[in-house]
Ligand binder design. Structure first.
Ligand code: IPE
Ligand code: IPE
Ligand code: MG
Length: 237
């Protein structure tokens, strides 16, 4: 990192603890280059590492990324396989990645249908990274409706007869993290696509046409500046 960059670097404060990213646009990024969609996921995965590192550099404590939704299984098997393969590669490499030594990995979503191999890798990285500083929630086979249903069922199984909002929050996959302050979606679509529906109640939303593989550190800073320019009222005046 250059000195000039360090000097000018943005720093967040306690108002912005958690940024979540809907990493969209990999497929279109590749198609525009006459390349297969899988190539877009590969470049997107590399960019994901860069973006997470930058979030850590500017002082974000929790980053959540939407990597694969409960609906993404409907894609062609070849594409699904390529995404799962990239995830495995990522999990195998992140241990040795000097930029990732402060990351605490947490996977959110329904793991029960993932391959045994992938599950083993996930358990391992969660275990060895426990206690580290920057929490990275990777949403994998994640769907917010699925998460809420799962939460309510787990409360029922515990014998709870009447649920409160706190009960639900504490039974979600994200129970360990504060709600996101800012949700950034790349790729130009203006929707949440079943991401963090409960937790996003008061999140600031930021949409950009930039496709995920192109999202730069400066683009992240731009989203952060937009966040600070907003007035969060939480229903007050
Ligand atoms: C990445 O972007 C998100 C994933 C589901 C992995 P897409 O693959 O949805 O890319 P576009 O939206 O088709 O361009
Ligand atoms: C959302 O992107 C899911 C992820 C980024 C993993 P999609 O590309 O699946 O969303 P839709 O289909 O445009 O709503
Ligand atoms: Mg998409």
């Amino acid at each position: 990192m250059s000195e000039a960059k360090t000097e000018n670097q943005l720093r967040v404060d306690e108002r912005l603890q958690h940024i979540a990213f809907i990493m969209d646009g990999n497929g279109r990024w590749a198609q525009r280059r006459k390349m297969p969609r899988e190539y877009g996921h590969k470049v997107g995965a590399a960019n994901f590492k860069k973006v997470v590192r930058h979030c850590g550099d500017i002082g974000i404590k929790t980053v959540t990324v939407y990597a694969f939704s409960t609906e993404n299984w409907s894609r062609p098997p070849r594409e699904v396989k390529a995404i799962m393969r990239l995830l495995e590669e990522y999990l195998d490499g992140c241990d040795a990645d000097p930029d990732a030594q402060s990351i605490r990995y947490r996977f959110i979503g329904d793991r029960s249908v993932l391959s045994e191999d992938l599950r083993r890798r996930i358990d391992r990285i969660e275990e060895i990274s426990a206690g580290r500083e920057l929490t990275l929630n990777v949403a994998l086979n994640y769907g917010a409706r699925d998460e809420i249903v799962h939460a309510v069922n787990s409360l029922l199984a515990r014998g709870v007869e009447k649920v409160s909002a706190e009960d639900i929050s504490s039974a979600l996959y994200t129970a360990h993290s504060p709600d996101p302050d800012l949700i950034v979606r790349t790729g130009g679509e203006l929707r949440l696509s079943n991401f963090l529906l409960w937790q996003a109640a008061y999140a600031e939303l930021y949409f950009t046409d930039v496709l995920w593989p192109d999202l730069s550190e400066e683009d992240v800073d731009e989203a952060v500046r937009h966040f600070y320019a907003r007035q969060r009222r939480f229903g007050g005046v």
